[in-house]
Design a protein around this ligand. Sequence first.
Ligand SMILES: C[S@@+](CC[C@H](N)C(=O)[O-])C[C@H]1O[C@@H](n2cnc3c(N)ncnc32)[C@H](O)[C@@H]1O
Length: 285
Amino acid sequence: MTLYGVGLGPGESDLVTVRGKEVLETADVVYSPGRLSRSVATEHVPADRIGDVDFPMTRDEDELRRAWKAAAGEIAPTARDGTAAFVTLGDPNVYSTFGHLRRTLDAFHPDVTVKTVPGVSAVTAFTTALGVEITAGSSIALHEAAGGASPTGPDRMVLFKVTDAPATHEGLAAAGYDVVYGRRLFMEHGETVVTDDPTEIDERDYYTLAYAKRPGNRETPATATFEGIDQSGAPTGTPKTDGGVGSQTAGSTRDDDFQPPNDVMAWELAEGIAHGDAVPEVPPR
Ligand SMILES: C[S@@+](CC[C@H](N)C(=O)[O-])C[C@H]1O[C@@H](n2cnc3c(N)ncnc32)[C@H](O)[C@@H]1O
């Protein structure tokens, strides 16, 4: 019937989405391409329903194609007769192996239906862990920085695959960026490190990212004036930030009986303003 690509989130088993958990609990076989994704999946699925798929550590495209054809050949019968899941850390469509599987199934097993359950990606989870806020109106780019590369771009960037932090840091600092690194964020295995000192993470660990920001382009949201004052309006010692891991308040503030007004444009405008868009000088009619 169906193969589901399920995003497991960054690595803590309670960051799997409710929908992802439902698929894992009901799938006939849950295929896992790696040890870390397997360890998260086994929190939700008994080990006897987990199927391993192996991929060679190679850049040889012929060898990779052969491996994906073999994996698709193994997964397709399960997905055709029932439900299969293929798990990836983060989101299945962000720098992920899932795309290879989907394309290979489309080409050689087109009768298999493929669906995706999105996951919490490191692309967004890093903000909470590093205490970063991407404010309305800002631009941000996503790059890879393997092997000490230091790509540059807009004033804010997220860099994945930071395998040589000191070398990457040198290039970014020379280009005027301030950089914070996050290693093993929201992961059950290994030590979580958040630092702006690349020498603290000079040992290679694939699960390392960087947030690079050029100073100077200061955006001040209206509520920024609240930082550093207490309830009476007097200055406090230290401004409050969410240092990250684990101190978020979950839940929506939307009323249960919320109904959008009839005037769609006014509603969209109000939604936009509620999410930080600038208030237009002349509201649309
Ligand atoms: C191949 S990409 C996979 C991205 C994943 N699909 C996602 O959506 O988060 C792997 C890179 O993502 C970053 N990454 C993924 N999970 C991470 C985590 N929990 N902590 C820090 N970096 C992470 C690292 O830079 C790593 O090299």
